[in-house]
Design a protein around this ligand. Sequence first.
Ligand code: SF4
Length: 281
Amino acid sequence: MAWTERQHRLLAAMGLRLLSPPAAEGTSPAQLPVAEPAPAPVAPRAVTAADVAVSAAVPAAADRRAPPPPADAPGAGPGSAAAALSALGWPELREAVAACRACGLCERRTQTVFGVGSPQAQWMVVGEAPGEQEDREGEPFVGAAGQLLDRMLAALQLTRAQEPGTPPERQVYIANTLKCRPPGNRNPAPDELAQCEPFLVRQIELLKPRIILAMGRFAVQALLRSDEPIGRLRGRVHRYQGVPLVVTYHPAYLLRNLPEKAKAWDDLCLAAEVFERPPAG
Ligand code: SF4
């Protein structure tokens, strides 16, 4: 079977060389054009107590879908804060994030990083946490990883840009699991993720995407409640609140592990295929 034009664009965008023709739709990862052996994943740095300055109580695991109590909301307990957040629209939610001081990451942020893209977008990308450049610019996925993501999306004719005339099915909304940068780009701490997650939950509720791409371990943990490695979760379709969800590697990881790009390409093709499927029934 010949490569489709879209597959060629995607391969080119991801810097992949075509070594052999694909067999068919659903080709196994082993048959994909991986040129070099994959290096071992980079081990996460340990989070020390000194890294974390928690300023608010951590909700129990069962309460993680409840919105975080804004630290400066007078008299707001978890229940009332949950109700308040679930009633917010996009502008109010953005303001709530900007004002949030529910975890210690507020102390060293330049600004919060809410998300980017059209609120009508039918695709959603969920990443992990802002890095230095994101913290400076207030937008997720900027810098080299962001450029790689944009090239991958463009290969599928998708964009985060809110250009007039772009149909919702070609638009992507991008948000991180964590809205403030962890110092030194360390891994997010569990309590920070728990405090921040309700903002992401509300973003998904408002957006109502047709498909979600979860990029990286912490996005997957937040959305699927799974500690399994990406390598064991990718390659199949999961569900988040009924929305199809595809797991893939974070672009920053792909930049350090070039052979994994072939797998990410496969994941994107899977997501596109699921997106284009006619609704059941
Ligand atoms: S990381 Fe999230 S929960 Fe913590 S201060 Fe920032 S917005 Fe609030």
